[in-house]
Structures are given as structure tokens and as C-alpha cells.
Design a protein around this ligand. Structure first.
Ligand code: DGY
Length: 327
């Protein structure tokens, strides 16, 4: 009997792809550039499974054009690029890669918040330009993290890991907003108090955004929300582009409505709003919050575990629509 065929639509570690080659016919994308949807559809003909990353769009049009597809496995935790209900309706299993990136992403969220509050990149650019001629009492004076109020918007696994770092490591009072409140026994160890969203914005000294992107979180933070924040506050976004209205953020950063922002994700990335590029009080990174070698390997491995299980009658460890398996 011939082996099932799968497509690895994003370049990843060779030894991890070799795990797929032991069981399947494998076609790979050997470049870091994702395929257009038409190209993806063309290459998915006759394929039973696909390994993708966050930028690859799987929608009803693609599913209808690829009737052999049985499993879509992303190596990202976020899956706003996949129409999960459309997959479920067609009996296509979808998996993502949660947990394995939580601590790494929380480390990065904290690093970005610190770099933003302490003006690290802005001062480095100043130094590299040769402009450091003398010491001054207020030169690049920023805001403290220790003892300041940490606001977390979106208290999932990554939000909780950031809250834990703030509470235990930096003595920060932690307030958060989430659609559902954590049980008291989970709030306690994080020192976290649930508040309404507007109160979170008004009270946080450092706001970190960690909500998944969906139609209901589109522009969750725009001009109105930014104007509720303290003039001295910072905002850090490691969630998804589109949760923050980037044009409004740039305008409010330029107007001094808040002190600074740290952004790892952008609307329309990899393009970055030109007004953000022109702001000095913003730290910009290219969507690298989960980017350590160990974690990117773990994410890829988990996607491969899922794909193997899905196509060999096993139980995929992190299925998003496990009901498909019962059919
Ligand atoms: C994720 O896993 O969702 C990260 O944002 C990387 O894409």
C-alpha cells in the first residue's frame, strides 16, 4: 500500500521533517517564503495532511479545492489563520501547538516590557549614532517595573506566566482583564486581581496584551482605550497584529498620551505602519516572542506529533476539533 502524502508548507528543522519521511511521502517548502494560496492549493492536491505556520491561510475555499486533506497541523499556538469551523464541517482535523512556548513567550514579553520601560533600544541607537557626549541626570530616565502595577489583558497560559514573573520576581501588583475570571486558587499564586477592561487601562503602569486575535478582539485597543491610560504607562503587544489599532497607537505615542510601547506583532506584518517606524518611544521586534531554538524545535515537534497521530489512527495531543476523530 502506498504511503499517505503530506506537505510541509513552512521550512523547519530537517531532523524533525525526517520523522515525517519515515511514515509518509513528504513534499517540503525549502524556502522561508510562504506560498500564495493558489500555490498552496496546487501543492496540496493528493495530500492527506499539511504542516503550516501562523501565516498560512486555511479557509473554506482552500478546503473545497483540496478534498483529500484530512489534517491541518500548525506549529503556532495562535490559529486565527485557520477557519476551524470550516475544517470541522468537512471532517478535517486541526491541531495547534500550545504549552511548549508559554514560558519562552512570557520571558520575551517581560524582556520587551523592560526594554520599553527602560528605553533600551532608544538609548542604544543614541549611543551608536555617537551622540553620547556627557552624563545627565535625566538622560533616558524611564519607568520602574519593580513595584509598579502590571496590567495583563488576556489571562490565558502566557498571560498567567507573565503575571507570575511580575508578582514573584518584581513585586508588582497584578491586575488583569479576561472574559472569564480565574478561580480564586489560580488568582492567589499570581497575586492577580480581575478588573473591568477600562479600570485595567486606567490603573496599569505597564500593560501587556496577550489576547488571541478574532473578530471580537479586532482593535480592542484603539484611540479611546489609549486615552484612558496613564501618561507614564507603557503598552506591550505580543498577541497578534490587529488587536491594537496601530495607526491610533502611533498617533497617541506621538502625542504623549502614553509613554512608550513595545511591539512584537503588527497589523499587516511584515509591513509595519510607517508612523510607528517614525516614533522613537517604541521598541519594535519582528514577531519573535517564541523564537528560541529549543522552543521552535518543540513547536515543530508537536506539530509533527499531531500530524503523525492524525494520519495513523492515533490521538493527536493538541487537537482543536477532536470531535472530528469520533466520526
Ligand atoms: C504563535 O505560536 O502563535 C506565535 O505567535 C508564533 O506564530
Amino acid at each position: 500500500m502506498s504511503k499517505p502524502s503530506v506537505l510541509v508548507a513552512r521550512k523547519t528543522f530537517d531532523d524533525i521533517v525526517d520523522r515525517l519521511r519515515q511514515r509518509f511521502e513528504v513534499e517540503t517548502n525549502d524556502s522561508d517564503t510562504g506560498w500564495s494560496q493558489d500555490e498552496l492549493i496546487r501543492r496540496l492536491q493528493g495530500k492527506a495532511g499539511v504542516y503550516i505556520a501562523g501565516g498560512d491561510k486555511i479557509d473554506a475555499k482552500l478546503l473545497d479545492a483540496c478534498p483529500d486533506l484530512k489534517a491541518v497541523c500548525t506549529m503556532a499556538v495562535g490559529y486565527n489563520n485557520i477557519d476551524v469551523p470550516a475544517c470541522t464541517a468537512r471532517g478535517v482535523l486541526v491541531t495547534n501547538a500550545p504549552d511548549v512556548l508559554t514560558e519562552t513567550t512570557a520571558d520575551f514579553g517581560f524582556a520587551l516590557m523592560m526594554a520599553t520601560a527602560r528605553r533600551i533600544t532608544e538609548s542604544e541607537h543614541f549611543l551608536r549614532r555617537g551622540e553620547w557626549k556627557q552624563w545627565s541626570v535625566t538622560m533616558f530616565a524611564g519607568a520602574d517595573l519593580h513595584g509598579a502595577t502590571l496590567g495583563v489583558l488576556g489571562m490565558g497560559r502566557i498571560g498567567a506566566a507573565i503575571a507570575r514573573r511580575g508578582h514573584l520576581g518584581f513585586g508588582m501588583p497584578v491586575i488583569y482583564h479576561n472574559r472569564s475570571r480565574l478561580p480564586a486558587d489560580q488568582e492567589g499564586p499570581l497575586g492577580a486581581q480581575w478588573v473591568e477592561k477600562d479600570e485595567l487601562l486606567q490603573r496599569a503602569d505597564h500593560l501587556v496584551i496577550v489576547v488571541p486575535y478574532s473578530a471580537s478582539s479586532h482593535h480592542l485597543i484603539g484611540q479611546r482605550e489609549l486615552r484612558l491610560m496613564k501618561k507614564t504607562a507603557t503598552l506591550t503587544n505580543i498577541a497578534r497584529g490587529g488587536v491594537v489599532d496601530d495607526a491610533a497607537l502611533a498617533a497617541e505615542l506621538q502625542a504623549g498620551t502614553i509613554a512608550a510601547a513595545g511591539l512584537d506583532v503588527f497589523e499587516g506584518e511584515p509591513t509595519v505602519h510607517p508612523a510607528l517606524l517614525a516614533c522613537t518611544n517604541v521598541v519594535l521586534t519582528p514577531h519573535i516572542a517564541s523564537a528560541t531554538i529549543a522552543t521552535r524545535r518543540a513547536m515543530s515537534d508537536l506539530a509533527v506529533d499531531n500530524l503523525i497521530a492524525a494520519l495513523t489512527g492515533g490521538v493527536p495531543p493538541t487537537a482543536l476539533n477532536p470531535e472530528v476523530l469520533k466520526r
